[in-house]
Design a protein around this ligand. Structure first.
Ligand SMILES: Cc1ncc(COP(=O)(O)O)c(C=O)c1O
Length: 485
């Protein structure tokens, strides 16, 4: 049975109170004496009157409705909702880190600068790039920074006609959005029948107006680009640069490096691959790494070291400038640094191995009941197409709601766009076999329920706090605050 929650306004009773204070023994002034007339209310403010325990129970109950990686399986494709070890939080909360001020003189923050410096060395090793900035506050912010660096590079060389960025259809949605934000024109490149970038289409698309190719590898289909070296060659020969969306690095770290594949610019999502919490607009970090020839264009300052002293290097005359106040989200970098040190090179490689193993294991289980296009070994995620179920009467969205009823966070739905009725599923490296088996059983149960009564499935969910919402109305006409009838 769905449990309806009364609002505080509905629970309030006149005269009920959450505190008791001794009676006033000093002369009291009325509000009309204290406030000027023009800011005084004409009517009494309606506030619910409640006891302390009612308020506590209300908010405690609401807090248990949050779903997160700490409460359950969260296979939200592309978002890498993996568990974030709590020790990272403890380390980032050390007073030496939290009590710093970004305006402190350099000689008083040597430890923080050393951490930035060391983190950069690790990221260089993992990616094969030559320098990193930690300023961008998210993956998409890293994308914008990277494209601005590319733009500055071409302009510096007088290559002003390069106004197009090639984006494969299998790219993450932020890629074309970033291209537009950076003032470029998006040129879409189709996929071939194996889910790779269509090399022939790419060859036709590149020319002297190509600024860059922006590639998510592994792609949003969870597939590694089989012709990556040829792709790099085609773009470079046309004078373009290669941008690597490395938010999916959790599938390949320790095995292959974007720098060795020919990429010139890379962004990473520390808040995914390197296991720091993200979502809800919370802080992230999208470091951008570049090859040697692009270093002069990076945002300034960079952190450097001379005679055992760490310092901010502002000496970058071609820099695109700052992209974030101060030096980025330091706390996120501390957490990621702790994670990298804890895991070590072998541990990071193992995380990729486990992410890929879990993804292929779960895909194989689901294949008994669902259609998964592009049937080849995937990396960290795979995309189910609920097209056959849609024909029976239950769509990808209906399957997602049915998963909610079974206690699972659904996969990403309706993305990537090249798969009809997509359910983009990323089990990630931190989940156990038992969890994956339980999810596969839930999906099997849903497949059977669709065969028996698709209409019933399409009317769900039945056990969540709210039932099926009119999603269009909820977006177009949201009711976000209580109003007295
Ligand atoms: C492949 C890929 N690129 C870019 C991004 C954008 O990252 P952010 O959400 O931090 O802006 C994501 C986010 O999940 C992603 O999965």
């Amino acid at each position: 049975m769905r449990k309806q929650k009364a609002l505080l306004f509905e629970m309030g009773r006149a005269g009920r109170c959450g505190y008791s204070l001794p009676s006033n023994d000093v002369p009291e002034k009325s509000l009309s004496e204290l406030l000027p007339k023009n800011v005084q209310r004409e009517e009494q403010l309606e506030l619910p009157e409640l006891s302390e325990v009612e308020v506590i129970r209300h908010f405690t109950e609401l807090s248990t409705r949050n779903f997160g990686v700490d409460t359950g399986f969260y296979p939200l494709g592309s978002c890498t909702m993996k568990y974030n070890p709590k020790v990272n939080e403890e380390v980032a909360a050390l007073p030496g880190f939290t009590h710093m001020h970004p305006c402190q003189p350099e000689h008083t923050v040597q430890g923080a600068l050393e951490l930035y410096y060391n983190m950069e060395q690790h990221l260089k090793e993992v990616t094969g790039m030559d320098r990193f900035t930690m300023q961008p506050a998210a993956g998409a912010h890293g994308e914008l920074t990277g494209l601005m660096v590319i733009q500055a590079y071409h302009r510096h060389r007088g290559d002003h006609q390069r106004n197009k960025v090639l984006v494969p259809v299998t790219a993450h949605g932020t890629n074309p959005a970033t291209v537009t934000m950076a003032g470029y024109e998006v040129v879409q490149i189709p996929a071939d029948e194996r889910g790779n970038v269509d090399l022939e289409a790419l060859k036709e698309a590149v020319d002297e107006t190509t600024s860059a190719l922006m590639l998510t590898n592994p792609s949003t289909l969870g597939l590694f680009e089989e012709e990556i070296l040829d792709i790099a060659k085609v773009v470079h020969e046309a004078g373009g640069l290669l941008y690597y969306d490395g938010a999916n690095l959790n599938a390949i770290m320790g095995y292959v490096r974007p720098g060795d594949m020919g990429f010139d610019v890379v962004h990473l999502n520390l808040h995914k691959t390197f296991s720091t919490p993200h979502g809800g607009g919370g802080p992230g970090t999208g470091p951008v790494g570049v090859k040697e020839r692009l270093i002069p264009f990076l945002p300034k300052p960079l952190v450097d070291k001379k005679d055992d002293q760490f310092y901010f290097d502002y000496d970058l005359p071609n820099s695109i400038g700052k992209v974030q106040s101060f030096y980025g989200n330091f706390g996120v970098v501390v957490k990621a640094y702790n994670y990298v040190c804890m895991m070590g090179a072998d541990g990071l490689k193992q995380a990729s191995t486990d992410a890929v193993l879990n993804s292929n294991y779960l895909a194989t289980l689901l294949q008994d009941n669902y259609y998964i296009p592009y049937d080849r070994i995937r990396k960290h995620e795979f995309v189910v197409s609920a097209k056959p179920e849609k024909k029976k009467g239950a769509s990808a969205a209906d399957i997602a709601k049915a998963l909610l009823d079974r206690g699972f966070h659904p996969p990403t739905v309706y993305f990537p766009l090249i798969v009809d009725e997509a359910l983009m599923t990323e089990p990630n490296d931190t989940e156990s076999k038992e969890t994956l088996d339980a999810y596969a059983r839930a999906m099997e149960e849903i497949a059977r329920a669709i065969d028996e009564d698709a209409e019933k499935v399409a009317a769900g969910p039945y056990y969540t706090v709210v039932g099926r919402l009119d999603e269009v109305r909820a977006v177009r006409n949201p009711i976000l605050r209580w109003q007295k009838e």
